[in-house]
Design a protein around this ligand. Structure first.
Ligand SMILES: NC(=O)C1=CN([C@@H]2O[C@H](COP(=O)(O)OP(=O)(O)OC[C@H]3O[C@@H](n4cnc5c(N)ncnc54)[C@H](OP(=O)(O)O)[C@@H]3O)[C@@H](O)[C@H]2O)C=CC1
Ligand SMILES: Cc1cn([C@H]2C[C@H](O)[C@@H](COP(=O)(O)OP(=O)(O)O[C@H]3O[C@@H](C)C(=O)[C@@H](O)[C@H]3O)O2)c(=O)[nH]c1=O
Length: 287
């Protein structure tokens, strides 16, 4: 059976990667961004579901400016929480599957072993708090065949991200200070896109499930930056620094590694190591 799929945030990193992969699929895809479908506009969302007979929604839209969210709380909440509730209600009304993407920043980072999907959440910044309220809203509305997929440290050849920032700074500067006491797992948006496209046809759950997907392996932002310089042969020394030496408006978790066993087992997904995926993305970015 052919599905009609709405991809919100279609011009963002993840939305753009889904667009690339969707070209190989027979389902019908609608990619929308804020101008075509503002997900905070309840009437527009419900009309879009009705007019286009949407079967599946991949919610890639979000307010992702972590530092700005500290002062733009309402805007961040509108997109990451209120709009997510609207999508969940529309999915429930039109019997559509909802795959929503959330973040490692729902955890406070005081843990020392990979966070399970049911571990205690306690965000340390506004972005994380708005994303958590989005998760809670979906669970409350409880559309069938729906999942929350938490991911972390996303990069891609599309959009803005840490990898692109490091490539730019690495070409401009002789040395760079990067935080080494924030540890997590990078995620190539192409890999997550592939997983989401594999998952949606398989969903048959009554209750909303929470899954976690990142690339395999663990590193600090410093390790990640160092690998980018090494792979690209950039003549820029990377120095590890503690968080205190790189003050930012938003606090970030020190440890945000997540356990991925459930997504791997339930959907038979094998996940590449972050270093291999980084090489794949860099080869697109720099060649
Ligand atoms: N980036 C990361 O490191 C991580 C991201 N995530 C989550 O993964 C998902 C995808 O992230 P990513 O692709 O990186 O995000 P991006 O910031 O690259 O893309 C998000 C997209 O959403 C759009 N958008 C914002 N507000 C609205 C709105 N009201 N209506 C419609 N579209 C809107 C943005 O448009 P515009 O540019 O106009 O604002 C942008 O195109 C998000 O849920 C994010 O929270 C989780 C962990 C890490
Ligand atoms: C540019 C730069 C950053 N850093 C640090 C700051 C920060 O702690 C870390 C990463 O910086 P960024 O601003 O790219 O990261 P940040 O915006 O916090 O990334 C987060 O985005 C949201 C959307 C998520 O959901 C998270 O999973 C995570 O990916 O690197 C340095 O130490 N040196 C530098 O030169």
């Amino acid at each position: 059976m052919s599905n009609t799929i709405l991809v919100t945030g279609g011009a963002g990193q993840l939305g753009s990667e889904i667009r690339v992969l969707s070209k190989e699929l027979s389902d019908t895809f609608y990619f929308t961004d804020r101008n075509e479908l503002d997900i905070t506009d309840r009437d527009a969302v419900f009309n879009f579901f009705k007019d286009n007979a949407i079967d599946v929604v991949l919610n890639c839209a979000a307010y992702t400016a972590v530092d700005k969210a500290e002062t733009e709380k309402e805007n961040a909440d509108a997109v990451n929480h209120i709009a997510v509730k609207i999508l969940a209600e529309a999915a429930k009304m039109y019997n559509a599957k909802l795959l929503h993407v959330s973040t490692d920043y729902v955890f406070n980072g005081e843990g020392f072993k990979p966070y399970g999907s049911n571990d205690k959440v306690s965000p340390v910044n506004e972005y994380g708090s708005t994303k958590l309220r989005g998760e809670e809203a979906i669970k409350e509305v409880s559309p069938k065949n729906s999942v929350i997929i938490r991911t972390s440290w996303v990069y891609s050849s599309f959009g803005n991200n840490f990898v692109k920032t490091m490539l730019r700074l690495g070409a401009e500067k002789d040395s760079l200070n990067v935080i080494s006491d924030q540890v997590g797992s990078p995620t190539y948006a192409r890999d997550l896109a592939e997983a989401m496209l594999k998952i949606y046809p398989l969903l048959t759950n009554e209750e909303v499930m929470v899954y976690q997907y990142t690339n395999e392996g663990v590193c600090s932002w410093y390790d990640f930056a160092d690998a980018i310089m090494e792979i690209e042969n950039l003549d820029c020394e990377v120095h590890p620094i503690p968080t205190e030496q790189y003050p930012t408006p938003a606090k970030r978790p020190h440890y945000s590694v997540m356990n991925k066993t459930e997504i791997k087992n339930d959907f038979n997904i094998s996940i590449p190591h972050w270093r291999n995926s980084l090489k794949s993305c860099l080869s697109i970015l720099t060649h």
